[in-house]
Design a protein around this ligand. Sequence first.
Ligand code: CO8
Length: 378
Amino acid sequence: MYSAAISGTGLFTPESTISNDELVAALNAFVEKFNTENAAEIEAGTVEALAPSSNEFIVKASGIKSRYVLDKTGVLDIERMAPSLPTRGDDEISIQAEMAIQPALDAIKAAGLDVSDIDGVICAASNMQRAYPAMSIEIQAALGLEAGWAFDMNVACSSATFGIDMAAAAVRSGQAKRILMINPEICSAHLNWENRDCHFIFGDVCTASVIEREDLALERNAGPVWSILGSRLRTQFSNNIRNNFGFLNRSEAEGRSEWDLMFKQEGRKVFKDVVPMVAKMIGEHLEEYDLTAADVRRFWLHQANKNMNDFIAQKVLGRVPNEDEAPVVLDEFANTSSAGCVIAFHRHSRDLAVGDTGVLCSFGAGYSAGSVIVKRAA
Ligand code: CO8
């Protein structure tokens, strides 16, 4: 058995951002139009009036202030309320593959490697833009990787931690020397921008990580090497976060409303269920390695909700962590599903010292949760 390590990461952010104020202005204009157009039905009680959103609520309930999106105009256009993305032909690179290239190359470069050193590609995300061929195989081809294998996996917000675990398993067993694990999250395309309960939650981004045999990474001495001590994965079925979009939709006898084919959740229930589940998972995982929360220099937590992270850390640490202990990126990025904890790690790990221990942690739909304990080895 070999030891596996994270030897490089990369991050792609779209050029466009939407501030809470811009988002709220669009939703409130949509709400006003809807309520005016449906005034008679609302008056008669057959249609429910929509309520406006507010920046104050969003910041207080989530900590989110802004988000990156692939297309801003479509989202803010109250006649559309969805990103406007180009339809690409089968002979053109697909959008998720395209957004994967830059962070993939950056991660490979950060590790001091060449593309040809990679043995396999895992594309792990909440949504793939098509069923097949696999996005990962298209990414493999777009990178010019002739050898090796690639596959897609989806564990919603925990796709990246589960992906790190799958990559580490391949490396530990000797099946591969280096795996590229990529998370192209286009959350804007499956978010209901007309619904004030969730219109503020998500953003688009792509992260990439190189998971490599630790001895090879240390030999090369190219940059920080994070030994993966181990990971713990947990799933528990819940309908509280759900998206019914799928290949059976066109065959379903009853048909579904457009709203049923997008992200929906019972946010309060998620909050209540997931906080104890994740706190317990992290605690037990640390115990397995004879570690306590006090031994952890930094938590790179899933970036869904600032209050949720504070509650989880409070249960694990016994107090609310400061920004140095649990960095927050969701104010800038919003929830980017599986990519959130990888962004936090990418942005906030270089300052740690050799010997420092950290935990990457994700949680989300499924429910699914993953915790990866890493230790800086170089
Ligand atoms: N503006 C003003 N008021 C609002 C707004 C708004 N935008 N939205 C809701 N309100 C109102 C509500 O109507 C409610 O009013 P009342 O008290 O009169 O009923 C009040 O504010 C409080 O509403 P909530 O109880 O819903 O507010 P919370 O404090 O619970 O905050 C959150 C809502 C932020 C959604 C919070 O519950 C939360 O973050 N929960 C956890 C969610 C979470 O982590 N989910 C994980 C989802 S991510 C995932 O799994 C990946 C899925 C795949 C990606 C999908 C991409 C699209």
